[in-house]
Design a protein around this ligand. Structure first.
Ligand code: ATP
Ligand code: MG
Length: 617
C-alpha cells in the first residue's frame, strides 16, 4: 500500500489482489482441455501412429504446440510432427545394392475396404492402393507431404478435409477429425517445434504463475484483436509469439521469475548437446536442477507490470532475446551473424532456438502500435481502484473489467471467432451487406421478419441490431442501442450489427480464372490479374462461378456463419471489428472461405464506401 494509506486500506488491497490472482487461475480452469478432450487427442495420436507405422516403418507421431505445451484451450488445434528419421534408415537398409530396384512393400500397402470407406472423401476407393517408390532421403518435402495426405485420406478412419499446404513457412498437411471437429496439422520438417514446445512446457513446470499469466494475456490479446487468429496468417501476433513475450517478461523481472535459456544451457551436463537443424537446442529439462526463483510478485501485480513494461517498450528498436533474457539493441545485434539474417519489423521477438527467426515478423506497424496502446490502457486500468477492489454493488472489477473495454465481449466472440478489421462508418455496414449478399450471393438474415433469399432458417442474433434492407437491396443501418456499461468513465460510442449468413456456392474458388475469362469476353478490367475488380465485375464473377457449378446446389448450404460488426472502443477508435463465427463442424471449408474474405472483404468495402462518397451508391 502507498505510504500514508490507512492500515485498513492495506488489508483490503492485499485481499483484493488475491481475488485477481484467483480470477486468473480460474481462467485457466475455464479454458484448459478437459480430461476427456485430452484422452481423445491421445487416442487420435495412437491411431495416427498405428496407421503411419504401416506406411513408414519406425516413424513416430509426436504432438507439439498447445496440445502439450501447457497452454491448451478447448478446441485448440492438434499439431503433429511426423518423425521419419528411423524410416529413412530402414529404407536405406532395405534398398539392397545400388541398381537393384526394391519397392518398399510397406509403402504399397492396400487399405482395407472398410478403412477406405471410412476415410471419407470422394477419392476414397477400396481398389486404390498407395503405391510409392519414394526414396525418403532424396524426396522433396512436397512429395512426402502428398504421400502423407494420401495416407490420411485413404486409410485413417474418421478424418476428412485433408489438404497439403505447401506455401506455409513450415509446410503441413491439414486435416479435420469428423466426430470431434478437431483441426490438426502434420508437419515433417519441424523438429525445432519439439524443442520450443519442451521449453514452454519447462517454463510452466518451473513456475506456477506462468500458466495463469499467459492464459490471461492470450485472452486479453484476443479480445483486443491483437492476437490469436486460429488459422494463422495476417498481421496479428500469434499465440506462440505472445507466449514468448510473456516468458521474456518473467525472465526480466527483478529478481527474475524464470531463467534465461543461456542459464538453462549451463545446467546441462557436458556431452548433452542437442543440435537441431544447425541450432544449439540444449537446455536442462530437469526442473529439480533449477534454483528456485526469489521472485514473489503476485499474479495481480505481474499483470499490471506487463502492461506497464510493454506500454513503454521500443519494439522496433531492439530484438527480444529469450536466450539472453534481455532486449538486444539493434545496432550491435545487426552486426552479429544471426542479426544479418533476422527479418526485422515493428515487432521483433527472436525465436529461442532458431536465432535468425523473428517469430513476430508478420506483425505490421498498425498492430504493433495498437499493442502498445492497449498495454498503456491496460496499465492505466490496473492503476485504478476497480482493478484491485471487488465491488460491493456487484459491478465488474478485476479481470472482468479489463476484458470489457475491448470491442468484443467474452462469450460473444467465442474461441472460434475470427476477426477482420476495417474502418467504421455506418456505410461500412451497408457495404458489408452488399458484398455478402449481392457480390458473393450469400443469403443473409436481416432484421426480424425479413425473409432470407434461399433456404431460410438462419436465426437473428439475440441482443444485437440487425441491418435493414431498403428497396434497392442495400441496407441502411441505425446505431444499435448502447450497451449498459457497468461503471467507470463515460461509456464509449459503441454500435453493433449482426448478420446470419449461409453460403451456397464456392464463390471464393477460381475467381481469378473467371475474371480472366470475363475479360476475354469483353469486360474491361485492366487490374484483374492482380486484385479484385469493381463491384459489378465481382458480382459477375460470382454469377459465372455459380453457373459453372451447374445445378449442384443442395438443400443445405455449404457453410453457415454469423458476422458481427462493432465499432471499436475508445473515442478515436473508429475501426470496425468484424467477427465471423462459423457454426461448428465446418472445418477447413470455412477456413478457406475466411482466408478469402480476409483479403476480399476489406477491399470491396473500401470500394463501396469510396463510390458512395462520390455519390454513386
Ligand atoms: P494455439 O494452437 O492455441 O494457437 P500453439 O502454441 O499450438 O497455440 P500454433 O500457432 O499452433 O500455437 O503453433 C504451434 C507450434 O508451432 C508452436 O509451439 C511453435 O513450436 C511453432 N510455431 C508457431 N508459430 C511460430 C512462429 N511464428 N515461428 C516459429 N515457430 C512457430
Ligand atoms: Mg497449435
Amino acid at each position: 500500500a502507498a505510504a500514508g494509506e490507512a492500515p485498513g486500506e492495506e488489508g483490503i488491497q492485499v485481499h483484493a489482489s488475491q481475488e485477481v490472482d484467483a480470477q486468473m487461475s480460474q481462467l485457466v480452469q475455464l479454458f484448459e482441455l478437459s480430461e476427456s478432450e485430452r484422452r481423445l487427442r491421445h487416442l487420435l495420436v495412437t491411431l495416427f501412429q498405428e496407421v503411419f507405422s504401416e506406411f513408414f516403418p519406425g516413424c513416430a507421431i509426436l504432438p507439439f504446440g498447445s496440445s502439450v505445451n501447457g497452454f491448451d484451450i478447448h478446441g485448440c488445434d492438434l499439431d503433429l510432427f511426423l518423425d521419419l528419421e528411423k524410416t529413412k534408415t530402414f529404407q536405406a537398409s532395405a534398398k539392397g545394392p545400388p541398381g537393384a530396384q526394391v519397392r518398399m512393400d510397406v509403402l504399397g500397402t492396400k487399405c482395407t475396404p472398410l478403412q477406405a470407406e471410412e476415410g471419407a472423401g470422394p477419392d476414397s476407393d477400396s481398389e486404390d492402393s498407395i503405391l510409392s517408390d519414394i526414396d525418403l532421403t532424396t524426396a522433396t518435402v512436397p512429395e512426402v507431404l502428398e504421400l502423407v495426405a494420401a495416407v490420411l485420406r485413404k486409410c485413417v478412419p474418421g478424418v476428412h478435409s485433408v489438404q497439403a499446404v505447401h506455401s506455409a513457412r513450415r509446410p503441413v498437411v491439414k486435416f479435420c477429425h469428423k466426430d470431434s471437429g478437431l483441426l490438426g496439422d502434420i508437419s515433417i520438417n519441424n523438429r525445432l517445434a519439439l524443442c520450443n514446445t519442451r521449453f514452454l512446457q519447462l517454463c510452466t513446470e518451473a513456475d506456477e504463475r506462468v500458466r495463469p499469466l499467459v492464459y490471461t494475456l492470450r485472452y486479453w490479446a484476443k479480445q483486443q484483436a491483437l492476437a490469436g487468429n486460429p488459422f494463422g496468417g495476417g498481421p496479428l501476433l500469434n499465440n506462440y509469439a505472445l507466449t514468448l513475450l510473456v516468458l521474456f517478461f518473467l525472465q526480466t523481472r527483478s529478481p527474475p521469475a524464470l531463467p534465461t535459456l543461456a542459464q538453462l544451457r549451463e545446467l546441462t551436463g557436458d556431452g548433452n548437446q542437442a543440435i537441431v537443424d544447425g541450432w544449439d537446442c540444449s537446455f536442462s529439462q530437469d526442473t529439480s536442477r533449477l534454483v528456485p526463483s526469489a521472485n514473489t510478485e503476485s499474479l495481480c501485480s505481474l499483470l499490471a507490470e506487463f502492461f506497464r513494461v510493454f506500454g513503454d517498450h521500443d519494439f522496433a528498436g531492439c530484438v527480444i532475446s529469450l536466450q539472453e533474457g534481455r532486449a538486444l539493441p539493434l545496432p550491435s545485434f545487426l552486426l552479429s551473424e544471426v542479426g544479418a539474417k533476422l527479418k526485422l519489423g515493428p515487432f521483433n521477438v527472436q525465436d529461442p532456438f532458431e536465432l535468425s527467426h523473428n517469430v513476430a515478423a508478420n506483425v505490421n506497424e498498425k498492430i504493433a502500435l495498437r499493442f502498445q496502446h492497449c498495454c498503456q490502457d491496460g496499465a492505466k486500468y490496473c492503476r485504478s481502484l476497480q482493478y484491485q477492489r471487488k465491488s460491493s454493488k456487484g459491478k465488474a472489477w478485476g479481470l472482468v473489467r479489463l476484458f470489457q473495454p475491448g470491442v468484443l465481449e467474452a462469450g460473444e466472440l467465442g474461441l472460434d471467432g475470427l476477426l477482420i478489421t476495417i474502418p467504421f462508418t455506418l456505410m461500412v455496414c451497408a457495404a458489408i451487406t452488399f458484398v455478402l449478399k449481392d457480390v458473393l450471393k450469400c443469403s443473409c438474415t436481416g432484421p426480424a421478419g425479413e425473409p432470407t433469399e434461399q433456404g431460410g432458417g438462419e436465426q437473428p442474433i439475440v441482443g444485437s441490431k440487425h441491418p435493414r434492407s431498403d428497396e434497392g437491396g442495400s441496407l441502411s443501418v441505425s446505431p444499435a442501442k448502447k450497451r449498459p456499461r457497468p461503471e467507470g468513465p463515460a461509456p464509449e460510442e459503441e454500435e453493433s450489427v449482426s448478420w446470419s449468413c449461409a453460403v451456397w456456392h464456392r464463390v471464393w474458388m477460381g475467381r481469378r480464372r473467371v475474371r480472366r475469362q470475363l475479360r476475354h469476353l469483353g469486360s474491361p478490367q485492366p487490374d484483374a490479374e492482380q486484385e479484385a475488380g469493381s463491384l459489378e465485375v465481382e458480382e459477375k464473377v460470382s454469377e459465372a462461378i455459380i453457373q459453372q457449378e451447374g445445378d449442384s446446389m443442395g438443400s443445405e448450404p455449404l457453410l453457415r456463419f454469423t458476422a458481427c460488426a462493432r465499432v471499436g472502443g475508445g473515442q478515436e477508435d473508429t475501426r470496425t471489428l468484424l467477427c465471423f463465427t462459423p457454426t461448428p463442424q465446418q472445418g477447413l471449408l470455412f477456413q478457406d472461405f475466411y482466408h478469402f474474405l480476409q483479403g476480399f472483404l476489406p477491399r470491396m468495402v473500401e470500394r463501396y464506401v469510396g463510390r458512395a462518397a462520390w455519390g454513386g451508391q
